[in-house]
Design a protein. Structure first.
Length: 268
């Protein structure tokens, strides 16, 4: 009998989410996304920019008939209000929904982009207006520069944050995570396997261990995994349904492996 994936509450959003979510941009078909959802995952993350919109279209097909059971997240890289509103309306159409649960300001990786997005006439202004209209429920921020993301988090303007975190890249533990916990934000970790490189390396620990490692951090509510290989995703989902626990020995092994991989430049 298949076990259900564990769930948790995504910070101050109050949304109940599975601790493993689907990350967008890599799946080649709506059917692939459907298989991932059939595994019991209820969190789906995509972006307007992924595959020039094709990713949102595929996800829209996959979630038809089960939208209400899912927590749906997408993103806009626009920095001004008009641009974000335009992208939101396109996303809603392609996803086949009249609202998005978590709408994220994508890649706030520089002070300039953050200032534009959060300033007068910026993207945040449009996101807040859309929230008042019921088009989105919560506002998130994403980025790859941990310091810049932390600064966005510290504004208190966002309900969720999405950033890189894995056994080789522990910077969020001293930057993003403490700030997010102060704000009561939902924390979503991406790149637990660093685009699968961490666990596809010769002699690497089992792939599910990298996801258990990320989920063992008390600041992290869920982690997303892209569907580069649907079967691989299903294996990880099944393993996490069995357990999200990790031993001290496994933790040391993962961190040693991550340090070696990063030091050798194999995670670029």
């Amino acid at each position: 009998m298949r076990r259900d994936l564990p769930r948790t509450i995504l910070g101050r959003t109050g949304l109940e989410v599975t601790r493993l979510g689907v990350g967008g941009a890599y799946c080649e078909s709506a059917e692939g996304y459907g298989q991932a959802l059939d595994a019991g995952v209820n969190y789906v993350d995509t972006a307007r920019a992924y595959l020039d919109g094709e990713d949102e279209r595929r996800i829209g097909e996959a979630i038809a008939g089960r939208r209400d059971a899912l927590v749906l997240a997408t993103k806009s890289g626009e920095r001004d209000a008009a641009g974000l509103r335009r992208e939101l309306e396109i996303s809603l159409r392609l996803l086949g929904t009249d609202y998005v649960d978590v709408y994220q300001l994508h890649h706030l990786n520089t002070a300039e982009h953050r200032d534009r997005a959060l300033g007068p006439g910026g993207a945040l202004e449009a996101a807040r207006q859309a929230r008042e209209e019921g088009l989105i429920r919560f506002i998130g921020v994403t980025g790859h520069d941990w310091i810049q993301v932390r600064m966005a988090v510290e504004t208190g303007a966002f309900d969720t944050v999405l950033c890189w975190y894995n056994s080789a890249m522990k910077e969020p533990e001293s930057t993003v995570f403490p700030a997010a916990q102060v704000e009561g934000m939902g924390v979503v970790a991406m790149n637990a396997g660093r685009n699968d490189k961490l666990f596809l390396a010769s002699g690497a620990p089992a792939k599910e261990l990298f996801y258990r490692y990320v989920l063992s951090n008390q600041a992290v509510h869920l982690t997303v995994m892209g569907l580069r290989d649907v079967g691989r995703f299903l294996d990880v989902a099944a393993a996490l349904a069995e357990s999200t626990e990790i031993t001290a020995a496994e933790r040391r092994l993962l961190e040693q492996h991550g340090t070696e991989m990063r030091g050798a430049g194999k995670l670029e």
